[in-house]
Design a binder for this molecule. Structure first.
Ligand code: PXP
Length: 245
């Protein structure tokens, strides 16, 4: 079974459009959990155009009420981000290398160039009992440094897969099979997450092809699907895929 973590950033984007608390993202997150989602993800960016740093504590309190549900915070590990995250103590932090104005995360870490930086941050978060996941490209280049960095998990950046899936799904999945086999062989303790542009069409083949994905975090497509199917039915549709694989 793969855990489904709902990335609620886009609900926060709609809320922020009017400067009031509508929709209430705590209420929406609670519904996601009640409808069966295994966790909630947010990505507070420096400009707070989606989730805000002030959302973190109420979200932490909400998720803590539920057994076996997790709170995941993604973001670039600036000093400000790390301080906030350590105060809130989510179950997991996913570190992404995107610069402050990025539209969305669009590449994984260079684990050679950022080896020392990441090693120190990973240790700091782990010392605070927070599991760490590193966002990585579908390429084994630089991954040998994971030995030193000592992350708990990596999140496979699935944009390339999702965008090539309809052209040729065999080709699209190939780099991900290579990376996951490499990691399994070289670093059997590092667990795998995946995310970005996953949707109801491409999720099943991805999870069928890559063994033992612990968690997928899905935002944009899932939120678009709620316009068609409603939140409860949308979550059920995703769970039908993720919970059986
Ligand atoms: N993983 C990371 C690191 C992300 O930055 C995002 C987008 O915020 C996602 C997963 C989810 O991507 P999507 O919104 O395309 O499902």
């Amino acid at each position: 079974m793969t855990a489904l973590s709902v990335n609620i950033n886009k609900f926060a984007l709609v809320r922020n459009a009017r400067g009031a608390n509508m929709p209430d993202i705590i209420n929406i997150s609670e519904k996601c959990l009640q409808y069966g989602a295994d966790g909630i993800t947010v990505h507070p960016r420096p400009d707070e155009r989606h989730a805000k740093f002030s959302d973190l504590e109420p979200l932490r309190n909400l998720v803590s009420k539920y057994k076996n549900k997790e709170f995941n915070i993604e973001g670039y590990p600036s000093e400000h981000f790390i301080e906030k995250v350590i105060n809130v103590k989510p179950d997991q932090v996913t570190l992404v290398p995107d610069p402050p104005g990025a539209l969305t995360s669009s590449f994984g870490w260079d684990c050679e160039k950022n080896k020392t930086f990441l090693t120190n941050i990973v240790k700091k978060l782990q010392n605070n009992n927070i599991r760490v996941s590193l966002f990585i490209n579908p390429s084994i280049k630089t991954l040998e440094n994971l030995k030193i960095i000592s992350t708990n998990r990596v999140e496979l950046y699935t944009y390339n897969y999702a965008h090539n899936y309809s052209k040729n799904k065999l080709d699209a999945i190939k780099p991900y099979v290579e990376v996951s086999s490499y990691l399994k062989k070289k670093f059997p303790k590092i667990e795998l997450n995946a995310g970005h542009d996953l949707n109801l069409k491409n999720l099943e083949y991805f999870l069928n092809s890559i063994e033992n994905i612990k968690e997928v975090s899905i935002g944009h497509a899932l939120i678009c699907d709620t316009f068609d199917f409603g939140l409860e039915n949308t979550i059920k549709k995703y769970l039908e895929i993720s919970s059986k694989l």
